[in-house]
Design a protein around this ligand. Structure first.
Ligand SMILES: [Zn+2]
Ligand SMILES: [Zn+2]
Length: 317
């Protein structure tokens, strides 16, 4: 039986035949695959790539959260400055994430590896345009799929209680909360991330890049900081950390993970708290309107009860 090392050696031996000058800007990057195709085409590669990348992206924030509690230059950007992140909280989230991957994601990938044979890669890289628009569109599709999944898992009580409430154990999120999920939620997110680029028959390079981008933006939504350089300050319609942090504070708002348009359409959009826990004028207006609505509801109920009472007395007379 051919060993893994022999397979890699074989593909490296044929590597020189596979270089094809194509004039595509991303071709040099795509050519780096040559010699490693046997490993890269296996379904287990995306899992290893995404898990390793997730741990790399989340870890630096732990330094800020744990060791940076006295660093004023970073603490002033915290969205909930009165809440601190402790080692036991981090350990619990890392532990659950690790076991979710070991018990559920890894066996699913191995099973997929057995049932679905590895397929050949295209020899040409994607064009730059295709590379970017496929990722942008995939993020849009993922955003919609998760918006629906998320709303349903908040509105149907048993689904919230048994599945999504695990993620809401943290009212003040930090980076590791991103994948602190019930296995069903982790699998659903994995399926959305994997299948969204399939719609466009995206190139493998685009697909891998999309996986990394979706990890970055998911972690960004949970870091609990509002830095001036973050995308929500520059791109209209991007929710970012402030919107998702607010979702953890007020769970019936901001169901969309990245963009804000679906929450606008369905009336669940709520402005977020800013750095240092500052309330923006948008949030003050939102709260004012909410108080007025609640007051109107109470008034309407009181008027209805008075009418009922008057009617009752009239009948008795
Ligand atoms: Zn969350
Ligand atoms: Zn939620």
């Amino acid at each position: 039986m051919e060993t893994v090392l022999e397979k890699i050696k074989d593909s490296q031996k044929n590597a020189s035949d596979k270089f094809q000058p194509s004039g595509l800007l991303l071709q040099p990057l795509w050519d780096l695959r040559i010699g490693y195709e046997w490993y890269l085409t296996s379904p287990i590669f995306p899992v290893i790539l995404s898990v390793t990348f997730y741990f790399c992206v989340t870890f630096p924030w732990t330094i800020f959260d744990i060791y940076g509690q006295d660093w004023k230059w970073i603490q002033k950007f915290k969205i909930q400055p009165t809440k601190s992140v402790t080692w036991p909280l981090v350990k619990q989230a890392v532990w659950v994430t690790f076991w979710n991957h070991m018990i559920f994601i890894l066996p699913i990938s191995v099973a997929q590896w057995i049932w679905q044979p590895a397929t050949d890669f295209p020899s040409e890289a994607p064009t730059v345009w295709e590379f970017f628009w496929h990722q942008y569109a995939s993020l849009m599709i993922f955003d919609f799929e998760y918006f629906v999944w998320h709303s349903v898992h908040h509105k149907i009580r048993p689904l919230y209680r048994w599945v999504h409430s695990i993620h809401h154990q943290y009212h003040s999120p930090f980076s590791w909360v991103t994948q602190y999920l019930h296995p069903w939620e982790l699998i659903s997110v994995g399926v959305f991330t994997t299948t969204s680029p399939w719609i466009f028959k995206a190139h493998p390079l685009t697909w891998w890049s999309f996986m990394l981008v979706s990890i970055i933006v998911s972690v960004e939504a949970h870091i609990g900081y509002d830095f001036w350089f973050m995308p929500h300050h520059w791109f209209y319609g991007w929710g970012g950390s402030i919107k998702h942090d607010m979702h953890h504070q007020r769970p019936l708002t901001n169901f969309a993970p990245f963009y804000t348009h679906w929450d606008w359409v369905f009336g669940t959009n709520c402005p977020g708290l800013l750095a240092g826990g500052e309330k923006s004028t948008f949030l003050m207006d939102y709260d004012k309107k909410r108080r007025e609505k609640r007051f109107e509801k109470v008034k309407a109920k009181e008027a209805f009860l008075l009418d009922e009472k008057a009617l009752h007395h009239k009948r008795l007379d």
